[in-house]
Write a protein that binds this ligand. Structure first.
Ligand SMILES: C[S@@+](CC[C@H](N)C(=O)[O-])C[C@H]1O[C@@H](n2cnc3c(N)ncnc32)[C@H](O)[C@@H]1O
Length: 252
């Protein structure tokens, strides 16, 4: 079953996203110029807004300060590379399943051995910046692994607690709920999670990569008074399923 029809025009969705940035105290001005440095167009109707949101945050005092960010789901490493470049004062940790994991092999076209070899080479090239740290691991273990890291004198890490977590691994349950709950536990009080591919439709039937389960979890946590959520349009042009990015702040 498809999600209900997206509301509004691309320019209305753009305006809605900019209003959320403003409500969150994040700047709109300056994002376009910053993205252009990476050959990304602010006005692209196709580009996912996680680029815009992290670019905006990078322009703030918090984004410019030392600290750490976690990305769950490295994939090609292109976004980890972008994060490392726009957040030069942060240590960017990015994780993906071990290369031999059955799930890793069976998804995102990696079933093909030649493609997988090229893909792994591309990923290695993308995670070479000194502030970008790739870890091959299942996100189920982030709490144990990164709490441990916080006990060391690793630069930029404040007791293993992140300024931001980009939750973009498995978008279905049980994993996405495990990722959200453990990421919240690793977050600095003033930090945020950004959750990818949130489908805000109670009738949506999951497919291999997409579900409405992150949305249900976020709404549950919000009703319990534990988090505050804002939902950005993932893309301003929507041809099919309307997906959102959940911007999540801890209340306690
Ligand atoms: C949508 S892609 C990530 C895209 C990337 N974050 C970006 O912004 O372009 C999802 C990735 O999450 C990884 N993944 C899925 N389940 C995971 C898990 N339990 N632990 C770590 N990574 C996982 C997949 O292997 C895949 O490479």
């Amino acid at each position: 079953m498809r999600s209900r029809k997206a509301l509004g025009t691309p320019s209305q969705r753009l305006e809605a996203n900019e209003s959320i940035l403003t409500e969150l105290g994040l700047p709109v001005s300056g994002i376009e110029q910053l993205m252009a440095k990476f050959h990304l167009s602010y006005n692209s109707e196709r580009l996912s807004w996680h680029h815009h949101i992290f670019a905006s945050w990078s322009l703030t005092v918090s984004g410019k300060s030392p600290g750490a960010v976690l990305e769950i789901g490295t994939e090609s490493g292109a976004f980890a590379n972008f994060l490392g470049a726009v957040l030069p004062m942060k240590e960017v940790y990015t994780i993906d399943l071990p290369d031999s994991d059955e799930k890793f092999i069976s998804e995102y076209g990696r079933e093909n051995e030649n493609y997988r070899a090229d893909y792994l080479a591309r990923r290695s090239e993308n995670v070479t910046s000194p502030n970008v740290h790739f870890k091959s691991m299942d996100s189920t273990f982030i709490l144990a692994v990164f709490s441990e890291l916080g006990n060391t004198s690793q630069p930029g890490v404040n007791h293993g607690i992140f300024d931001a977590v980009w939750v973009d691994g498995d978008h279905r349950n049980p994993q996405v709920t495990i990722d959200i709950v453990q990421s919240l536990a690793l977050l600095k009080p003033e930090g945020f999670l950004l959750v990818d591919d949130v489908v805000m439709d109670p009738n949506f039937r999951s497919d291999k990569y997409v579900s409405n389960e992150s949305w249900k979890t976020l709404i549950h946590l919000q009703k319990a008074g534990l988090v505050r959520c804002h939902f950005f349009n993932k893309r301003t042009r929507v041809d099919g399923l309307q997906k959102h990015l959940g911007f999540v702040q801890r209340i306690s």
